[in-house]
Ligand binder design. Structure first.
Ligand code: B1M
Length: 234
């Protein structure tokens, strides 16, 4: 989309459907301010934060992903799109976080070694916090020691790992195998996620569950924590 065309568009005058479509274009073009404005307009119109997140931001990023795969977009453009997405996410974060919610449990989460993708992981962290979990975010490119140290230090209930590359997803098994070797595997609920994963892979590496998206991660974590509490009070 050209800048000239953008200049003529007043976001607040668009219908909801037009605005969402425009936001997909703006995300594609890496226009952070426009994305922030669009998010605020949708919220003012009464949209739920989660709906803004999924329909305007995540759906827009999916389009970016397709063109990145097909060689139409390159790393610098995708970085700009990611930056715009983070602008929108920053507005939604406090709205997705319920204040004063009882602590549901503690999760250590990070993207695995060799992998610098963090948008999905950040979303999961955000949604988990919103659901009342305490989250310790280790960021990107985590070797096994970082996970293990944090789990022990934080006395966490859940380990969350994210990987977006087919070349980095096997590293999750390295982390789980190390937990097994140290006799600590049963101390933690291990949840994994990221676009190239699936349930079969998660089973094969010895994780407890694969989480397709952030909402599933929250539901799965809640389920496991409930089971853990029931076991402890039995
Ligand atoms: Co990357 N990249 N990238 N990239 N990038 C992908 C993943 C790719 C699929 C693009 C493509 O070809 N279509 C492809 C991987 C192909 C493969 O492995 N088979 C790819 C590639 C190849 C690369 C590079 C190698 C490119 C290069 O340098 N030549 C390079 C690798 C760098 C590295 O990590 N070492 C690279 C770099 C980058 C950028 C830096 C430019 C940028 C990252 C910016 C950032 O994250 N800060 C980037 C981006 C943005 C993408 C795409 C376009 C978008 C990823 C994203 O943010 N999606 C991506 C294409 C795609 O996935 N369609 C792509 C939105 C996000 C909300 O979804 O991350 O799936 P997602 O998270 C979801 C779920 O998966 C789940 O919940 C999230 C929210 O609902 N989930 C979890 C994720 N983690 C979880 C953890 C959990 C639970 C659920 O724990 C409990």
């Amino acid at each position: 989309m050209s800048d000239d065309q953008d200049d003529d568009i007043i976001l607040s005058e668009l219908s909801d459907a037009e605005l969402v479509e425009q936001m997909h274009d703006d995300l594609y073009d890496g226009l952070r301010e426009e994305i922030e404005e669009g998010v605020n307009i949708l919220l003012e119109r009464g949209w739920e934060p989660y709906q803004v997140l999924t329909e305007a931001l995540v759906a827009g990023m999916t389009i970016v992903g397709i063109d990145f795969r097909d060689g139409i977009l390159f790393v610098p453009e995708v970085l700009q799109a990611a930056n715009a997405m983070k602008g929108g996410m920053a507005i939604l974060k406090p709205l997705l976080a319920e204040t004063g919610a009882p602590r549901m449990g503690k999760m250590v989460i990070g993207t695995v070694k060799g992998d610098i993708h963090d948008i999905g992981k950040n979303l999961v962290a955000m949604m988990m916090e919103g659901a009342g979990f305490e989250v310790v975010d280790l960021g990107i490119n985590n070797p096994v020691e970082d996970y293990l140290d944090a789990l022990e230090r934080e006395q966490a209930d859940i380990l969350g790992m994210s990987a977006l590359l087919t070349t980095t997803m096997p590293y999750m098994k390295v982390v789980i195998d190390t937990l097994v070797d140290q006799g600590k595997r049963d101390e933690y609920i291990v949840l994994v996620g990221g676009a190239p994963l699936n349930e079969e892979f998660s089973k094969a590496i010895g994780a407890d569950s694969y989480c397709r998206d952030a909402a599933v991660a929250v539901e799965t974590a809640k389920e496991y924590m409930l089971r853990k509490h029931n076991r402890m009070s039995a």
